[in-house]
Design a protein around this ligand. Structure first.
Ligand SMILES: Nc1nc2c(ncn2[C@@H]2O[C@H](COP(=O)(O)OP(=O)(O)O)[C@@H](O)[C@H]2O)c(=O)[nH]1
Ligand SMILES: [Mg+2]
Length: 222
């Protein structure tokens, strides 16, 4: 399997403490993959990523997670796009497995599920919020869903190319999971570990919850 078929896409907002470790850990497991970074930082994240051979697209000033992820997903050259946060929370060593589930096993989206149980690295309140919205989505989509917000997924690029979603607003990963499900694409889940972050999270819990519920209802009923 040519690793040229793979784009590892990350978005970054001031991740200079983590970016070298994360990019290197990706390059170690998939040396021929395109590493794509959509960067909105004021620190040295972009320069560090570029010096390591990543392809950097600058989106500045920052316009939020969704628009950055939209550019990252749509700009990859690989037949499969694997996403990761650039904060060292996700296990880069699982990238080849996620890629192969798409390229060899025929899945369209593979979701890295952090939540078969509560990860130590996730605060209890976040876990309860995640669990609750996953129950809501499970009922509405008639399928047990456990992690709507994972930042580690593999997407078949042609699926992304044809997918209409709203990049504005928080909690875009919710829509990136539910819309392919609704449209009948083959969505698979694998459990992954979730580690403590390097640096501070940018996630705003209240905004995330509101947008999560809005996206669940929109995809299901609109
Ligand atoms: N380019 C860009 N990246 C962002 C923005 N907001 C967050 N990120 C990145 O998106 C990823 C996920 O954000 P993070 O703070 O880890 O959220 P959490 O995983 O929900 O705690 C990280 O790699 C961030 O650096 C933004 O406005 N623009
Ligand atoms: Mg994160």
């Amino acid at each position: 399997m040519a690793e040229g078929d793979l784009t590892v896409a990350m978005i970054t907002l001031n991740e200079e403490r983590a970016v070298e470790k994360v990019v290197r850990s990706v390059q170690e497991v998939v040396p021929d993959a395109e590493v794509l970074v959509v960067d909105s930082s004021t620190d040295a994240t972009a320069e560090i990523a570029e010096s390591l051979g990543a392809r950097v697209i600058k989106q500045f000033p920052p316009v939020g997670y969704g628009p950055a992820m939209d550019v990252a997903l749509r700009s990859g050259s690989g037949a499969v796009v694997v996403t990761l946060d650039c904060d060292d929370t996700y296990p880069a060593e699982r990238i080849p497995e996620l890629r192969d589930l798409v390229l060899q096993q025929g899945w369209d989206v593979v979701d890295g599920c952090r939540l078969p149980r509560k990860p130590e690295a996730m605060p209890l309140v976040n876990y309860i919020a995640n669990w609750s919205v996953a129950i809501l989505a499970s009922v509405l989509f008639a399928r047990r869903l456990r992690d709507l917000h994972s930042g580690m997924r593999a997407y078949r690029k042609t699926v992304i190319d044809g997918l209409r979603y709203d990049p504005k607003g928080a909690a875009l990963p919710v829509e990136l999971l539910l819309r392919p499900l609704k449209e009948g694409f083959r969505v698979h889940t694998v459990p992954i570990e979730y580690r403590f972050r390097i640096g501070e999270s940018t996630m705003r819990p209240l905004e995330s919850i509101v947008w999560t519920i809005r996206r669940i209802l929109r995809v299901r009923f609109a």
